[in-house]
Design a protein around this ligand. Structure first.
Ligand SMILES: Cc1cc2nc3c(=O)[nH]c(=O)nc-3n(C[C@H](O)[C@H](O)[C@H](O)COP(=O)(O)O)c2cc1C
Length: 352
């Protein structure tokens, strides 16, 4: 099975060097391997990065299932969290374990306090919202109204962004195309300040550094590591809120590298990490997943036997299943029938 991406889902200026695309694909592969191992499906990943074919490699048959310490339930429980956090720090032994796993794979993990990074996040967020190309992508991928046809399929919803109702209204207005300029500036400054709030308080930020000469295939490999770190955090009830613009913004990337004392290294991933406020976490559904098993590269009617096909379908279902809420997504990721989130829009917003 080829693992790759479709051009229409690539980000442009919001992922300027496509680092996050490659990391995410590596993370996806790691999820597949964990789920396969847990289900007893013998699969290995053979890397074959080829940007021309938009491919990172293949999942191939192998002799033995690759069982890992993680399970399909860990994959389903992992999440990005943009809401409130408890004040609990990451325990030292967990941090040591995360650091050791990173070192084995050729990286370095640095834990920083939010406070010194807060002004940098404000600056990076201002840079982010000042770019018309980035705003256009934000407009395209934000799902700020439950009536949006893809609200349950993909993108960043008001709920996933943990927006209060008035923040949703403000963000809608800030992203609107036709506005007088001064009005726009005020709204976008508010948008940037809202983004930077993620570093309020005493929390921790994890920065993953790789060798400065990490190539594109290397970024895919580090994406696999990112997922293992995230899964380990999730196993302990922690979540992450990545803040890629801090390392994409030219004015802040250097400062982040300096705070981590990087030598011949570059930051690849940076995230606020902590324990989500449990009262809220239980009420905020996991993000939508676009599931399109047919893709552009075949329709599943190839010559594989039916057993293998059934296992593939199980895998797609497991990766797209929200095991905690019991919500299942249909082929396009929409939530179906009785599994649908029946709460009213107002209730869902209140849950944030
Ligand atoms: C490599 C990578 C970079 C990401 N960067 C950001 C980011 O800068 N800001 C953000 O809000 N989310 C970021 N995310 C989180 C994704 O948006 C998130 O994973 C996605 O919404 C799916 O939600 P889930 O992780 O809860 O399943 C990033 C995720 C990955 C894997």
């Amino acid at each position: 099975m080829e693992v790759g991406w479709q051009e229409r889902y690539e980000l442009g200026p919001s992922d300027p060097v496509h680092r996050d695309l490659r990391l995410s694909l590596g993370a996806f592969v790691e999820s597949c391997l964990v789920v396969c191992g847990d289900m007893g499906v013998a699969v290995r990943f053979v890397a074959d990065y080829n940007p021309g074919s938009r491919r990172i490699g293949r999942l191939m048959d192998t002799s033995e299932p690759n069982r890992t310490r993680f399970t399909a339930a860990d994959v389903a429980a992992r999440r990005a969290w943009r809401g409130r956090w408890t004040p609990e720090p990451i325990p030292d032994d967990l941090l040591d374990e995360l650091t050791a796993i990173t070192a084995v794979r050729g990286g370095r993990l640095v834990a920083l306090d939010c406070a010194p990074l807060r002004p940098l996040l404000t600056e990076a967020s201002r840079w982010f919202v000042a770019d018309p190309g980035i705003l256009a992508e934000l407009r395209k991928w934000s799902r700020l109204n439950p009536r949006h046809p893809d609200y349950h399929r993909d993108g960043l919803s008001d709920v996933a962004l943990a927006l209060k109702w008035y923040e949703t209204v403000g963000m809608r207005a800030a992203l609107r195309r036709k506005r007088s300029r001064p009005h726009h500036f005020g709204l976008r400054a508010a948008l940037a300040n809202g983004q930077a709030k993620a570093f309020d308080g005493d929390g921790s930020v994890l920065v993953l550094l790789g060798p400065v000469d990490t190539d594109e295939a290397g970024e895919v490999r580090f994406g696999r590591l990112v997922q293992r770190l995230w899964l380990l955090l999730a196993r302990h009830g922690f979540a992450a809120h990545p803040q890629s613009h801090l390392i994409d913004c030219p004015a802040t990337a250097g400062a982040v590298a300096e705070l981590t004392a990087a030598v011949d290294e570059r930051p690849l991933w940076i995230a606020r990490v902590g324990r989500p406020d449990p009262h809220r976490a239980n009420r905020v559904p996991l993000s939508a997943r676009r599931l399109d098993p047919h893709g552009e590269h075949g329709n599943g009617n190839g010559n594989g036997n039916s057993q293998r096909k059934a296992k593939k379908n199980d895998l797609a279902t497991t990766i797209g299943n929200d095991s905690r809420t019991g919500k299942r997504q249909d082929r396009t990721g929409g939530q179906r029938g009785r599994h649908r989130d029946r709460r009213s829009h107002r209730e869902r917003r209140r849950a944030t």
